[in-house]
Design a protein around this ligand. Structure first.
Ligand code: PEP
Length: 251
């Protein structure tokens, strides 16, 4: 059966000492809470190796927030998937709306990143989601389906089953506006149906689909109670241990 997962996305926040302190706190809190879900923190590249050294990855998974679309070479400033894996991290967020919007990452680039992440044993947390205009003009289901088709649906089933999907309506990220549990559930069911049509019911049933977008301790339980919502990708609320654990403990 699919896993319930709460993953933090720290984005471009925390210096290394601040990040180490937060990771230490979350690691201790997770060890004590024994949550009913997997817990992951995705952190800046600069923090990965140091955090890998101080957390227990049997309790708390570690991931990067991105990786390069090339394996190695003259790409100044980029970080390759094998470099991420060599730090001890095992997850990577790909296709986050901030990468799509600010760094012009399209499906072709994301296919390269996915292939490299998978080839290096990383578990991709692959983000999809519509912008406000697409929510308002009613095209959101088609937009998200196309994002899945273009980036993921050429993968062989053995690779597809390694992927975690995160539905993140862009209008809900960092805005304080959460999708209602019904809006989120409708989209998660739509995503699961698209996976079932492509890879079959069993694969669809086993795919974890996380919700992201202003998820917080006060709304997490209601979201996670929905049948197709298997956890959350958490931005702002992942930066305070108590808030993050409030969401983890919503399961
Ligand atoms: C995110 O960026 O992945 C996210 C969900 O952010 P926030 O929780 O701050 O809306």
């Amino acid at each position: 059966m699919r896993k319930n997962i709460v993953a933090g996305n720290w984005k471009m926040n925390t210096t290394l000492p601040e990040g180490l302190k937060l990771a230490e706190e979350v690691n201790a809190a997770v060890a004590e809470a024994k949550p009913k879900c997997d817990v992951v923190i995705c952190v800046p590249f600069t923090h990965l190796a140091s955090i890998a050294a101080i957390i227990d990855q049997n309790n708390l998974g570690l991931g990067a927030e991105n990786c390069a679309d090339h394996a190695k070479g003259a790409y100044t400033g980029e970080v390759a998937a094998d470099m991420v894996a060599s730090t001890g991290a095992t997850y990577v967020i790909l296709g986050h709306s901030e990468r799509r919007q600010y760094y012009r990452e399209d499906s072709a680039v994301l296919r390269e990143k996915l292939a490299l992440a998978l080839a290096n044993g990383l578990t991709p947390i692959f983000c999809v989601g519509e912008v406000l205009e697409e929510r308002e003009n009613g095209t959101f289901n088609d937009v998200v389906k196309l994002q899945l088709e273009e980036a993921l649906f050429d993968l062989p089933v053995a690779d597809f089953t390694k992927i975690i999907i995160a539905y993140e309506p862009v209008w809900a990220i960092g805005t304080g506006k959460t999708a209602t549990p019904e809006q989120a559930e409708d989209m998660h069911a739509h995503i699961r149906a698209a996976i079932a049509a492509k890879y079959g019911e069993e694969v669809a049933d086993n795919t974890s689909i996380l919700y992201g977008g202003s998820c917080k301790p006060s709304n997490a339980a209601e979201l996670f109670a929905k049948p197709d919502i298997d956890g959350g990708l958490i931005g702002g609320a992942a930066l305070k241990c108590a808030d993050f654990m409030g969401i983890v403990n919503a399961f």
